[in-house]
Design a protein around this ligand. Structure first.
Ligand code: FAD
Length: 360
């Protein structure tokens, strides 16, 4: 049985290791123009998901753990309105996105069961080439397969961009992730060492130059004494849910099936949970002596699509709630978060959902 993965992205690098563990041969199609995309971006991965990646990679993954998540609102900047912590486990593991990708790619290059094929992702011959496989997984948003077969989707453009950068600051005990729901959009401080913190500001105001943007950011920063700021990177934000995950022998996957607002740091966590479900489906098929073919895609869709939609919509709901609430000067969130902050069941449940999604 031959499986093919299309796209040189985090999703496929992890999927390659999953398939190899199940003794399947993998052809991994990567872009022939070997773009080495470097970024300062940080990715927050929940404990269960991080443990899962570690178990596949089997080498050290440089990371930084956060013990607590503190949520602030615009009109109450002095003290957090709600906090989340877990006695015995970290709230998030923060990893450098490029470093993680490099480690995974190096590991895959060494593996003889993974055949790396360079391919122009827009060349029409890709459509014919993949017909020979029992199962094809396409995790690339921008290629001929996505454009041809996977266009039926629910889409919403957020009128905002995520600005990401890293600040170097005076040494502190840096173990709290912070999120402020500002009038200009959610602003996250993600610690990556005692002297460095990664910033994701999903800014939704009018066009702004980098200097004015940094002034605005500094207005909200009362936590760090900043020495230096790295280059700013910018990402357009949207909400997308694919209506149908499969076409013939192809299963769309990862960001190609769901894209959500980064305010909860859950986009890739959703994908890792999907990978675990897919791995479980493959295990049960192998144990029953069934083939690994297009029916795997149908089983996967049946198990995940409704839950992924609900989860994505819940995050979109949080985004919309704070948008309205900020227009009302936090009239709703002030009393609501104060009540929720005292509710242990709510906090416990939120911690579980952030780690396990809706697969309870
Ligand atoms: C600002 C922001 C912050 C986020 N923070 C978090 C977070 O904290 N936690 C979380 O779980 N999710 C987060 N996400 C979501 C997360 O980044 C995505 O879900 C995840 O990166 C998708 O991975 P991927 O495998 O689909 O593609 P990626 O590996 O991210 O690549 C994206 C696309 O770029 C192309 N590409 C990348 N590298 C190469 C290469 N070397 N050569 C050729 N093409 C390449 C591929 O076509 C690929 O499809 C965030 C998203 C944004 C925009």
């Amino acid at each position: 049985m031959k499986v093919c993965l299309i796209g040189q992205n985090l999703t496929n690098l992890i999927l390659s290791l999953v398939f190899v563990e199940k003794k399947l041969n993998v052809d991994l199609y990567i872009n022939n123009k070997n773009r080495n995309i470097k970024t300062n971006r940080t990715i927050a991965i929940s404990k269960d998901n991080f443990d899962y990646i570690k178990s596949l990679v089997k080498t050290h993954l440089p990371h930084w753990k956060t013990k607590e998540i503190k949520i602030y609102i615009e009109t109450k900047k002095k003290k957090e309105s709600i906090n989340f912590k877990n006695k015995n486990r970290e709230t998030f593991n923060l990893l450098n996105y490029s470093k993680l990708k490099d480690i995974l790619y190096k590991k895959i290059k060494k593996n003889k069961s993974i055949n790396i094929i360079k391919q122009n992702p827009f060349q029409s011959n890709l459509v014919n080439k993949i017909k020979k496989y029992d199962l094809v997984i396409n995790s690339e948003i921008n290629n001929i397969i996505s454009k041809k077969y996977f266009t039926n989707r629910i889409f919403k453009k957020y009128e905002s961009c995520a600005y990401t950068f890293v600040i170097n600051h005076k040494k502190i005990n840096n173990t709290n992730a912070i999120q402020i729901f500002t009038k200009n959009g959610p602003l996250a401080f993600l610690p990556i060492s005692n002297t460095k913190t990664s910033i994701v500001f999903s800014y939704e105001g009018k066009e702004i130059n980098n200097n004015d943007f940094l002034k605005l950011f500094k207005k909200y920063n009362s936590f760090y004494k900043i020495n230096k700021v790295t280059d700013i990177e910018k990402f357009n934000l949207g909400f997308m849910m694919l209506r149908n995950y499969t076409h013939d022998n192809i299963l769309a996957f990862g960001d190609a099936i769901h894209r959500i607002h980064p305010l909860a740091g859950q986009g890739f966590n959703m994908t890792i949970r999907d990978i675990k479900i897919l791995a479980g489906i493959i295990d049960s098929r192998i144990s029953l002596g069934l083939p690994i073919d297009s029916s795997v895609g149908n089983d996967f869709q049946m198990s995940t699509k409704h839950l992924n939609y609900l989860y994505g919509k819940a995050i979109d709901g949080i985004y919309e709630f704070f948008k309205v609430d900020n227009d009302l000067d936090n009239l709703i969130s002030k009393p609501l978060l104060s009540i929720l902050n005292k509710n242990h069941m709510f906090k416990k449940f939120s911690n579980i959902i952030s780690d396990k999604g809706l697969y309870l």
